[in-house]
Design a protein around this ligand. Structure first.
Ligand code: ARG
Length: 279
């Protein structure tokens, strides 16, 4: 058999079935501002937000994934962003500790959900840790962000809790305040990211570790193109990120556009609404 000796990423990508936790945006609103995207003076439509979210939910189901739901709590408008609620690897759940007072009470809801759903190893993080907003699992290691939300000390805690190596990265642009707004794991050892969101040191780490990464430009990054969810083949991302969609197609991925403009008013999109549950 002939060997492919070129250092080129494989084009035939295979999806694997995933399990996600989502939270209906019943109480979604922008009533405070804890990131530069949030302007409480700008009107939001709860109805449109719910419609857009429902379409995302149905997209995952149509692709064959299991979607579980956590009941939204009144008075917690950001709870729709379930990615921030925890990180789950190897059946262990490390529940978030939020930086901003406005979101602190979400942790109790996630602790209850994981305990009620029978997950055996469940505890809340000791240091500020915004779950999959700042911690992304590549399949072998955990990429960890800090600079705006999660405490750098949380990186060590995550490494110890999951027994997986952690790569620490520093975010420097307030528009990309969570790691999942600047970087997405695609699978097969591949990632995509927006270099300018990271410190020079972190950029050097990323380019050395992921020389074949898909790079996003600013236009795709500001529409939250990197706030994407991949099942190894299908990459669900904001439909406005057209450049990125083309680059993903060239790599053998199937980009699936989602419209989440209403949730973007709170500084969140596809990935923010999706917490992966890994047994
Ligand atoms: N308004 C929320 C916040 O600032 C948005 C969270 C977005 N979630 C994410 N995974 N990036 O905390």
């Amino acid at each position: 058999m002939q060997q492919n000796t070129e250092r080129r990423p494989a084009r035939n990508k295979v999806a694997t079935r995933r399990r996600y936790l989502m939270c209906r945006p019943t109480y979604f609103d922008v009533t405070y501002s804890i990131n530069v995207w949030m302007d409480p003076a700008r009107p939001t439509s709860a109805e449109l937000g719910q419609e857009q979210w429902k379409r995302l939910h149905d997209t995952f189901s149509t692709l064959g994934h299991d979607v579980e739901l956590i009941e939204p709590t009144p008075g917690l408008p950001d709870m729709v962003f379930s990615a921030n609620g925890a990180m789950v690897v190897d059946g262990r759940a490390l529940v978030a500790r939020f930086r901003n007072q406005e979101r602190v009470d979400e942790s109790a809801a996630y602790l209850d959900w994981f305990r009620g759903a029978g997950w055996s190893e469940v505890r809340q993080a000791e240091y500020i840790n915004e779950g999959e907003g700042d911690f992304l699992f590549t399949g072998t290691e955990i990429l960890a962000g800090s600079g705006f939300r999660s405490d750098p000390r949380a990186h060590r805690e995550v490494q110890e809790f999951f027994g997986r190596p952690v790569v620490s990265l520093t975010l420097v642009d307030p528009r990309f305040y969570h790691l999942d707004t600047a970087l997405a794991v695609l699978g097969h050892g591949e990632i995509m990211y927006y270099p300018d969101a990271f410190s020079a040191e972190s950029r050097a780490i990323l380019s050395a570790r992921f020389p074949d990464a898909v790079l996003a430009d600013e236009a795709d990054a500001v529409v939250f193109g990197l706030n994407a969810v991949s099942d190894g083949k299908n990459v669900i991302l904001p439909q406005q990120a057209v450049g990125l969609a083309g680059r993903l197609r060239d790599r053998g991925y199937a980009p699936v556009g989602a419209d989440l403009t209403e949730l973007l008013k709170a500084g969140g999109s596809v990935k923010c609404c999706t917490l992966e549950l890994r047994e």
